[in-house]
Design a protein around this ligand. Structure first.
Ligand code: AMP
Length: 272
């Protein structure tokens, strides 16, 4: 497995690589959910590239950018075991070269703005102005910006995204379509812990008690899918969750809720 930090080194390696390239963008703190994307990519592609980049643009001012878990040694070990060919570990300056200030903060002038460049996303208010789009203003602009940059740099034939972030997957599909980016987007199912909790880098923020409670978020949406008459929101609130949303959309149930300061999201297709 090759590990590259600079765009120059990446370009040399990519220019020598043969066959189709599958790409898995991540923010690190890797778990088996990420590895399931790698496994799927390995079925489809000759070479696999994984990026690890905690993207400052997709975090709001009161969100967890600075304390987002960074576990690079363990990440590299997992990726090596999973048979990844190439790991790309860019700096902010590699991704946003023209926007980095002397203080290290990223200015906003090169953000992809989902309101203008991706007019159709906003023309479809269901896509960007609902769920996490409402609860995390600017989040999807930041996600689209980094994913577009990463696609420009890595130029993969296929890219793999988890249904864990289902709205993100839909928005990226729309962006790729609108901007005619020549990449195939592959959605992959949610990987869960044995007790049903969707795997997430943020699960490690949970205290022992919160971790015991966290799978309720999945159990409650499963119950709601079976019996739409139950008051699932009230059930979650009574257990100690603070709800951001619980909604049916695109024929799926979506939930975002906080346990303490940890924000958890999940979604299921009603047939589950
Ligand atoms: P992140 O590092 O959180 O940005 O996630 C990187 C990719 O892994 C995204 O496409 C996520 O949707 C995907 N992912 C994260 N958790 C899971 C999971 N539990 N199952 C499947 N995919 C996941």
């Amino acid at each position: 497995m090759r590990v590259v930090r600079s765009n120059a080194d990446l370009h040399v390696i990519l220019s020598e690589a043969k066959g189709s390239l599958g790409f898995v963008p991540t923010m690190g703190a890797l778990h088996q959910g990420h590895i399931s994307l790698v496994e799927k990519a390995k079925q489809d592609c000759d070479q696999i590239c994984v990026s690890i980049f905690v993207n400052p643009l997709q975090f709001g001012p009161n969100e967890d950018f600075s304390k987002y878990p960074r576990t690079i040694d363990a990440d590299l070990e997992l990726l090596d075991k999973a048979g990844v060919d190439l790991v790309y570990l860019p700096d902010v300056a590699d991704i946003y070269p023209e926007t980095i200030s002397s203080s290290g903060s990223v200015t906003t002038n090169t953000r992809i703005n989902t309101e203008t460049e991706l007019e159709k996303i906003h023309a479809n208010p269901e896509l960007a102005n609902t769920l996490c789009g409402l609860n995390r203003p600017g989040h999807f602009d930041g996600v689209c910006t980094v994913v577009k940059r990463l696609f420009d740099i890595v130029k993969p034939q296929r890219a793999y995204f988890g249904e864990k972030d289902y709205q993100q997957l839909m928005i990226i599909r729309e962006m790729v379509d609108r901007l005619k980016i020549p990449v195939e987007i592959i959605g992959c199912p949610i990987l869960r812990e044995a007790d049903g909790l969707a795997m997430s880098s943020r699960n490690r923020y949970l205290s022992e008690d919160e971790r015991k409670l966290a799978p309720e978020i999945y159990r409650v949406i499963l119950s709601l899918a079976k019996d739409p008459s139950i008051n699932a929101a009230q059930k979650l609130e009574s257990l100690g969750f603070s709800l951001d949303y619980l909604e049916q959309r695109w024929n799926r149930l979506f939930v975002a809720a906080r346990l303490g300061s940890t924000r958890l999201i999940d979604n299921i297709a009603p047939s589950c």
